[in-house]
Design a protein around this ligand. Structure first.
Ligand code: F0G
Length: 463
């Protein structure tokens, strides 16, 4: 018999959540324009919108908050953060930012020139938006399996070296400021990159004189997948694997709101002194002094401590296990999800879930809206709405049309996962009643945050 494992923590403080009624959810849905981003959190029962900034901090992190040194310059908490980054990530130079996109902004402005190309193993919304804003064109160089929700490839986030080589040969290395390497790949379903792939990519980039900037947002979760899946890695610690992963890169942008277990914060880190120097000039303009970058001393302390906690092998095994536990229940019921289950979320494959809803009617957005109506579970669309429009105004119509059930770290128990699974399965049984949405308000950039919708043909299969 397989012995069951429980959460590697116990609960010291609780936060009550509202168990909503169908009538309440209907009213809230209309007010929010059927966009889960526009719901009030108080109207949500189980919040799986994102794993970003939603983690539960440990008692050790909260204790650190009380040790905040709120000096304008040279706060001791900055040095604690710098040391944690040097220790765990291995980069010498660190600049705090208010969150990940603050770092993306700065690195894009420093390295990208008008007309440049930025290859990446799949886009992320804010990352690509900053690259484009700086004059770059994003080029997808992820392996084809990443775009196939059915492919069981163990490292679906891998870079396709052939695609990367083709781009370098076509436009020249001097038009490519860096390869943008995400570990794990959020938009592919939280899929990891292998060490082997990173080694090869790094060798190629070195040979061609290309820099690698890592989006290290969920790097600890990536390290766990390597430990679990890559031959010869099982006996290493995640901490050790992570250090090797990042040794193949020249710098990183980091959202502290994911793996580092804090509610706000991020940083930019680099091995290059001149990039660091330029970043110190820009951070003063947009974030704050290089020794706080938009964060309070206490925030930096919490992140420094979270960085050390995030690489704990038992924590990571439980964390990935909880996500897989939810995914497994859906798979057993025949619900189409992205496989293998990724690190931070279970992704419903909305195209297969709702094959009768064409992509122009936003099937993933409709499914997320229906899930909220059914049970008060809030998920996020990651499909046509998130992909937005090309510079010429046409929609991207991405191959992956998904609903993300994102699991905050250390927040919900497995029983919450059971409730989510029940709701998704119930919806799957009456899926043909969901007809899609029309968009009635569309903002010009990052439209998924504030777009509004109306359901086509009734209230999206209410129970
Ligand atoms: N990179 C990745 C892969 C991300 O998932 C995010 C944020 C960022 C960069 C930007 O970081 O939010 O701190 O500015 N992802 C959140 C999400 C918003 O829900 O997936 P940020």
């Amino acid at each position: 018999m397989q012995r069951r494992q429980a959460e590697p923590y116990k609960i010291k403080v609780v936060e009550p959540i509202a168990v909503t009624t169908p009538q309440h959810r209907r009213t809230a849905s209309v007010e929010a324009g059927f966009n889960t981003f526009l719901l009030r959190s108080q109207d949500v029962y189980i919040d799986l919108l994102t794993d970003s900034g939603t983690s539960a901090m440990s008692d050790n992190q909260w204790a650190g908050m009380m040790l905040g040194d709120e000096a304008y310059a040279g706060s001791r908490n900055f040095y604690a953060l710098q040391e944690a980054v040097q220790d765990i990530y291995g980069y010498p130079h660190v600049i705090p930012t208010h969150q990940g996109r603050g770092a993306e902004h700065i690195i894009s402005q420093i390295l990208i020139r008008q007309g440049d190309y930025v290859p990446g193993n799949m886009y992320f919304t804010t990352t690509r938006a900053h690259q484009e804003r700086a004059g770059g064109t994003f080029v997808d160089v992820v392996i084809p399996e990443a775009h196939d929700p059915r492919s069981g490839h163990p490292f679906k986030g891998n870079v396709d070296l052939g695609k990367l080589r083709e781009l370098v040969d076509r436009v020249g290395a001097d038009r490519i400021p860096y390869l943008s390497l995400a570990v794990t790949v959020n938009m592919a379903g939280g899929q990891p990159v292998s060490l082997e792939n990173m080694r090869q990519v790094s060798a190629f980039c070195r040979e061609r004189g290309l820099r690698i900037i890592c989006d290290a947002t969920r790097c600890a979760e990536n390290a766990y997948f390597i430990k679990e899946r890559e031959p010869g890695q099982a006996d290493r610690s995640c901490r050790d694997i992570l250090k090797e992963m990042l040794s193949y890169t020249d710098g990183c942008t980091m959202s502290g709101k994911k793996d580092p277990l804090v509610n706000i914060g991020g940083f930019l880190a680099t091995r290059e002194f001149d990039v660091y120097q330029k970043a110190t000039q820009l951070v003063v303009l947009f974030e704050g002094m290089p020794s706080y970058g938009g964060l309070a001393g206490r925030d930096m302390e919490a992140m420094a401590r979270g960085i050390r906690e995030m690489v704990d092998d038992d924590y990571l095994a439980w964390r990935i296990g909880q996500v897989r536990y939810l995914g497994g229940q859906l798979q057993e019921a025949g619900v189409p999800i992205v496989e293998p289950v990724g690190g931070h979320a279970v992704y419903l494959d909305a195209r297969s879930f709702l094959p009768h809803v064409e992509q122009a009617r936003y099937p993933a957005q409709a499914l997320a809206a229906a899930l909220y109506l059914d049970s008060g579970v809030r998920a996020m669309e990651r499909g046509n709405v998130s992909a937005g429009r090309r510079p010429d105004g046409t929609e991207y119509f991405p191959r992956l049309e998904m609903v993300r059930l994102t699991i905050p770290r250390r927040v919900y128990t497995d029983r919450h996962m059971d409730v989510v699974a029940d709701s998704v399965v119930a919806l799957y049984r009456r899926r043909e009643r969901i007809q899609g949405l029309t968009m009635v308000y569309e903002p010009p950039a990052l439209r998924f945050f504030t777009a509004r919708f109306e359901p086509i043909g009734g209230m999206l299969a209410e129970g």
